[in-house]
Ligand binder design. Structure first.
Ligand SMILES: Cc1ncc(COP(=O)(O)O)c(C=O)c1O
Length: 412
């Protein structure tokens, strides 16, 4: 009875949730509670409709003329302009293209060119692996004089010698969900003459980001998580306007040229952010991302953040009460936490699989973390309540303790 009353309290929260209507904008599979944390947002109905339109009408009927008639050629800058307000940038400072990894390469290489004579890139060694690997790859390409130096965001000043080109951190940590103080770190980095680069993959669409207020130099981020742009959605790249005239990136493809259709024999960069474009945009993926970004923008990032903070707090409280074997490994202060929560348990992998067998989708992050994400656009309070109820069953009955739940899949 007590449990029933508590569940009803969660249902009451749903009834007064100002974002409740947005759930209807998504395809929600029957019986699934989606707490993926957050590697792939759910499918908006608008994206399914847009996919049909762009494939059947624009590609199918208008064919090559669609580059002009349907504005395909403008997609990178147009969607960049729509993402800009979500990250505290101006519309002409953001472009959508390539993947986070490729964009980070372009941004790091641009930073090297903007800081001649400096030869060190700083990142944290527990940053998302691609952020480390791409910096390693660039240093390898530039030669033995270039080096990667590791420092934690909390102690970045220790790494800030006069030889540092740039510091590259994630704004929200992909494992712990810890939020870095973007403005304070950027100030320290720039005081040492270096450039501040931010990966916003776990921030964009989940919490307000204010790049220009923090005076950030460059940023990258993905379209497939809280922006719900679909699997493999293109990424975005931000460059502060003060760098536009001087920045040079090495993937100098024809669509970043000042006059691509002049087919000139030598590269001349486009003015502004467009010079960060390399090649032909993936039009179908771009079109889906454009539809999805509109939903986030309409819902409003402040309202999304308020619901996300409340939900991650409730999740932590419920898990502490119902599943004491799971140890919180995210910040306990909601203001220091992004939109996911991780819990440590030696059998984290098997727990995530057993939970999935009960219809709750979370994800596992090595070595032993259960990562549960809150996407406030479509997650209901009752789902949150029910998810923890199922997690409790998995833990209390040791449902995870079966060989089938220990078999590692290629994607975790
Ligand atoms: C912080 C961060 N950066 C980058 C990536 C992935 O980059 P890419 O889109 O190039 O695969 C992820 C993926 O989860 C991520 O969490």
């Amino acid at each position: 009875m007590k449990q029933q009353l508590a569940r009803e309290a969660f249902a009451a929260k749903d009834a007064s949730d100002p974002l409740r209507e947005y759930r209807n904008a998504f395809v929600i599979p029957e019986g699934t509670i989606y707490l993926d944390g957050n590697s792939l947002g759910m499918l908006p109905h608008a994206c399914a409709a847009r996919a049909r339109q762009v494939v059947e009408e624009e590609w199918g009927r208008t064919l090559i003329s669609s580059w002009n008639e349907h504005g395909w050629i403008d997609l990178p800058l147009r969607i960049g302009g729509k993402i800009a307000p979500l990250i505290g940038a101006d519309a002409d400072e953001v472009v959508v293209c390539d993947s986070v990894s490729v964009n980070l390469f372009k941004v790091l290489a641009s930073a090297v060119a903007l800081r001649p004579g400096r030869r060190v890139i700083v990142t944290n060694d527990d940053n998302f692996p691609t952020d480390v690997y791409i910096a390693e790859g660039l240093c390898g390409l530039l030669g033995p004089d270039y080096e990667l130096r590791f420092a934690s965001p909390a102690n970045v000043e220790r790494a800030l010698e006069r030889d540092v080109v740039a510091v590259s951190f994630s704004h929200v940590d992909y494992k712990t969900a810890r939020i870095e103080d973007m403005a304070a770190i950027t100030t320290k980095v720039q005081a040492a003459g270096a450039l501040a680069i931010w990966d916003l993959s776990h921030s964009v669409g989940a919490l307000p980001v204010d790049l220009n207020n923090a005076c950030a130099d460059f940023a990258v981020g993905c379209g497939y998580k809280y922006l719900n742009g679909g699997p493999g959605a293109p990424a975005f790249l931000f460059a502060a306007r003060r760098h536009h005239a001087d920045m040079r990136q090495p993937l100098s493809g024809w669509l970043g040229h000042a006059a691509p259709f002049a087919f000139g024999r030598r590269y001349a960069p486009a003015t502004g952010i467009a010079r960060m474009i390399t090649g032909t945009p993936p039009v179908v993926s771009m079109a889906l991302l454009e539809s999805a970004v509109g939903i986030v923008a309409e819902a409003g990032i402040e309202r999304l953040r308020a619901k996300s903070k409340e939900m991650t707090t409730l999740l932590i409280e419920l898990v502490a009460r119902e599943c004491p074997g799971l140890e919180l490994a995210s910040p306990s202060d909601a203001n220091r936490r992004g939109s996911h929560v991780i819990f440590a348990h030696p059998e984290g992998y098997a727990i995530v699989q057993a939970l999935k067998a009960r219809g709750v989708i979370g994800d596992f992050r090595a070595p032993h973390f259960v990562r549960l994400g809150i996407a406030p656009l479509y997650l209901s309070y009752v789902e949150l309540w029910d998810a923890v109820g199922r997690l409790k069953q998995v833990m209390d009955a040791r449902e995870w303790d079966q060989e089938r739940f220990r078999v590692r899949a290629a994607v975790t």
